[in-house]
Design a protein around this ligand. Structure first.
Ligand code: MN3
Length: 210
């Protein structure tokens, strides 16, 4: 049988990211939104397997967008939760070491990087994600905005290090329509140790021939 996915537990309580992200947002985001992606992904994969077994190519094709959307939603949120940490427990604390040195070498400073990231995430039209990705071949970081639930790896050659969800469901209950306030605040809870850890792994992955 085709692999089925499960909703991962959050590495902290729903209220742990307050005051930056309210418990209400976190609970809805995890239990309803992420859980919905997992449920719909599993169903689409089972339906796809059935269609494949019976040679129903049209149904297989019709299921591809559901697999992309819900599979991307599961991948993206699974990264996002670990990219965040409560204030006082790693949240917002810039790391030291190779990752930090390299990021500063490319962008000038952490603040300059954040400014650049937010200038890409803020104007993203509709729903999507903004990512910091790394390319081993060019040894460069890339800030990329992706629409809907398109996962960074799969849509681009880059390995995702940090993703910020800019769907309205990620901030609307607290920040209303002011996405930029959410984007300014979220850096207080970015788990840079997790981002640096992902960088260490990304250094070993060939992503493209650039
Ligand atoms: Mn989301």
């Amino acid at each position: 049988m085709v692999k089925q996915y499960t909703l991962p537990n959050l590495p902290y309580n729903y209220n742990a990211l307050e005051p930056v992200i309210s418990a209400e947002i976190m609970e809805f985001h995890h239990k309803k939104h992420h859980n919905g992606y997992v449920t719909n992904l599993n169903k689409a994969l089972l339906d796809y397997e059935k269609a494949e077994e019976s040679g129903d190519l049209e149904t297989m094709i019709s299921l591809q967008s559901a697999i992309k959307f819900n599979g991307g939603g599961h991948i993206n949120h699974s990264i996002f939760w670990t990219n965040l940490a409560p204030i006082g427990k790693g949240g917002g604390e810039f790391p030291k070491g190779e990752f930090a040195d390299k990021l500063i070498a490319q962008y000038g400073s952490f603040d300059a990087f954040i400014q650049k990231f937010n200038s890409k995430a803020g104007p993203l039209q509709g729903s999507g994600w903004c990512w910091l990705g790394f390319c081993k071949s060019s040894e460069r970081f890339h800030i990329v905005a992706c629409n809907n639930q398109d996962p960074l790896k799969g849509s681009t050659p880059f390995i995702p290090l940090l993703g910020i969800d800019v769907w309205e469901h990620a901030y609307y209950l607290q920040y209303k329509n002011v996405r930029l306030d959410y984007l300014k605040a979220i850096w207080q809870i970015v788990n840079w140790a997790n981002v640096a850890d992902r960088f260490e792994k990304a250094k070993k992955v060939s992503c493209c021939s650039a």
